[in-house]
Design a binder for this molecule. Structure first.
Ligand SMILES: CC(C)(COP(=O)(O)OP(=O)(O)OC[C@H]1O[C@@H](n2cnc3c(N)ncnc32)[C@H](O)[C@@H]1OP(=O)(O)O)[C@@H](O)C(=O)NCCC(=O)NCCS
Length: 217
């Protein structure tokens, strides 16, 4: 049995704890220690039966070979900051995959990837490091999702789409097949993306159109 701590005691962190609890129902594989969060107001509080053990520095004094972390934060910029910080403390990462996920053995998952309940990934798909695929999203054949992407619930990513790093896709959005989406993009909830999307923009609507150019972050 390995030990796991969830980084981020927000609502998504609490959902991710549930993934490990569901894995344990199938086979006891995790000793779930609790949450880490740099928000001091949360320290020693308890959520869904698990305590906030401390800030990220907790990892410095609690290093052990069978301790793993998962970054359960739904904002690419913050995920990256947290990753850079905990990497210095020697953190090891695990993936969090809900037992209800359907996927083939031709899927390549980067480190720290989170796949929530009800996701379906078909064949020859690559999901980059620390990307999150939230519940009930579907990903078709030959899709590539970059690092630190956040795919919100019920997103439909169709065959051969390519999604750049640090991109967030709003809940219920649909991308038709063979679409490329740049880095640091935000796709609004419910958008239908039918054309390629460049880097550093916000798009939404049906069909999705560019509504804002972002500063690169
Ligand atoms: C696209 C998005 C990032 C824009 O956020 P924002 O900059 O705060 O936008 P605002 O709420 O200020 O809205 C600005 C305008 O855009 C419109 N708008 C915002 N999101 C839209 C969307 N997804 N589709 C269509 N129109 C949208 C608003 O109606 C508003 O129009 P108005 O100026 O005519 O009143 C956000 O609305 C969104 O869709 N986020 C996805 C969130 C998500 O999936 N969360 C799941 C968490 S698990």
């Amino acid at each position: 049995v390995e030990k796991v701590v969830i980084i981020g005691a927000g609502s998504f962190g609490r959902e991710v704890i549930e993934i490990f609890k569901c894995q344990n129902k199938e086979k006891k594989s995790w000793d779930i220690l609790g949450f880490l969060d740099d928000n001091k107001k949360l320290h020693e509080k308890e959520f869904n039966g698990f305590s906030v053990l401390g800030g990220l520095e907790w990892l410095k004094s609690n290093d052990s070979e069978n301790l793993y972390c998962v970054i359960a934060i739904g904002t690419p910029k913050i995920q990256r900051i947290v990753f850079e910080k905990v990497k210095k403390y020697g953190a090891r990462f695990t993936k969090a995959i809900h037992p209800s996920v359907i996927m083939s053995d031709s899927i390549e998952l980067g480190q720290g990837v989170i796949l929530c309940a009800g996701c379906i990934l078909t064949i020859n798909i690559k999901i980059g490091n620390f990307s999150i695929i939230n519940m009930n999203s579907t990903i078709g054949h030959d899709v590539v999702v970059g690092d630190f992407c956040v795919i919100n619930p019920a997103v439909k990513i169709n065959g051969e789409d390519v999604i750049g790093d640090n991109t967030v896709i709003g809940t219920g959005a649909t991308l038709i097949d063979e679409i490329s989406v740049g880095e640091n993009v935000t796709i609004g909830a419910g958008a239908v993306v039918i054309k390629p999307v460049p880097d550093n923009v916000v798009v939404f609507g049906v069909p999705a159109k560019i509504v804002m150019h972002k500063k690169h972050d």
